[in-house]
Design a protein around this ligand. Structure first.
Ligand code: HEC
Ligand code: HEC
Ligand code: HEC
Ligand code: HEC
Length: 205
């Protein structure tokens, strides 16, 4: 029994000595990495410097914390209540030759599902509202879309189905739904490629 123990100890000693020779300076790759990275100064990757001048809002969506661009300052006719100081019915009764929002026509869901006041609040135009009539700030209009488009919303909150503004490293600034989709006409039309092959069309004719 004692002899066996001695043999084991000698083997162990040979093994430890053999590790110290030039060729195998390290026991294993982890030791090597730890030793060689002793003086390594890590570079911190951050988009902070690229996004600090962006006008943005912080959100927590689907347990993800990130930023989206501020919207209200981008909306031409905001604040709405500068004109919408009376109920809609009274405004609409005023005789006017041209509709105030002639440039907006709804091509979203069909008209039984949706009209202007599905999203806009008759009694306070400065706010959007949910299906259950909870006010939604114009800066947080994704909360409106998420009610009916959960799949795209969850992808968006995770950083897919969107575009990162500023940089790839955290903190993340994601484009918001209405930054790409017009809420009144959200579907994109089919388009020709930027370089249309006119030669091919000539040959076919
Ligand atoms: C310059 C004045 C003005 C501003 C600013 C304005 N509106 Fe209006 N809006 C009107 C008038 C007037 C009407 C009703 C008569 C009409 O359609 O011309 C109207 C009608 C509407 C209607 C009902 C449309 C319909 O066809 O029934 C909605 C919804 C609406 N506005 C939303 C908004 C929202 C949201 C904003 C802000 C982002 C806004 N408006 C800003 C003047 C304005
Ligand atoms: C699906 C929800 C939805 C519906 C339906 C809808 N809107 Fe909007 N509307 C929005 C959102 C969201 C914005 C803000 C978009 C942004 O941030 O640029 C907006 C913006 C506006 C603005 C301000 C646009 C500008 O650039 O000044 C007006 C005016 C407006 N809506 C009127 C209407 C009218 C009139 C109707 C009905 C014909 C209507 N909306 C239907 C969601 C909706
Ligand atoms: C009340 C429910 C509802 C709300 C709120 C809503 N949508 Fe929709 N949306 C629909 C329905 C219904 C359709 C048509 C059916 C479909 O294509 O999925 C549609 C269609 C679309 C489409 C076109 C889908 C396609 O296949 O081309 C896009 C894009 C879209 N919505 C984006 C948005 C965005 C962005 C918002 C927020 C500003 C929003 N929606 C708010 C119900 C809603
Ligand atoms: C960076 C731009 C961008 C952003 C931000 C964005 N989308 Fe889209 N979305 C697209 C494009 C591009 C398509 C594909 C359109 C096509 O195939 O015609 C699309 C497609 C869709 C569709 C149609 C179904 C599908 O998946 O093809 C829906 C619904 C939709 N988006 C909703 C949303 C909602 C809700 C948000 C916000 C939570 C959002 N999108 C944010 C660009 C964007």
């Amino acid at each position: 029994m004692k002899n066996e123990l001695n043999i084991v100890l000698i083997c162990l000693l040979i093994f430890m000595v053999s590790c110290k020779d030039k060729k195998n300076e390290y026991h294993n790759i982890i030791d090597k990495i730890e030793d060689l990275s002793k003086d390594y100064k890590p570079v911190s990757l951050s988009s902070e410097t690229y996004i600090e001048t962006l006008n943005k809002v912080e959100v927590i969506e689907n347990w993800q914390r990130f930023y989206i661009p501020e919207r209200k300052s981008q909306i031409k006719s905001f604040e709405c209540n500068e004109c919408h100081s009376k109920p809609l019915s009274e405004l609409q009764n005023e005789e006017s030759i041209k509709k105030s929002h002639w440039d907006i026509s709804l091509k979203h869901a069909n008209l039984e599902t949706m009209n202007c006041v599905t999203c806009h609040s008759e009694n306070n135009m400065d706010k959007l509202h949910s299906i259950t009539n909870k006010p939604i700030d114009f800066n947080l209009s994704h909360k409106l879309c998420s009610q009916c488009h959960q799949k795209q919303y969850k992808d968006w909150a995770g950083g897919a189905h969107s575009k990162q503004i500023g940089g790839w490293a955290p903190p993340r600034v994601s484009q918001t739904c209405v930054g790409c989709h017009d809420p009144h006409k959200p579907h994109f039309d089919k388009r020709w490629p930027a370089r249309y092959n006119t030669q091919m069309v000539d040959e076919r004719n």
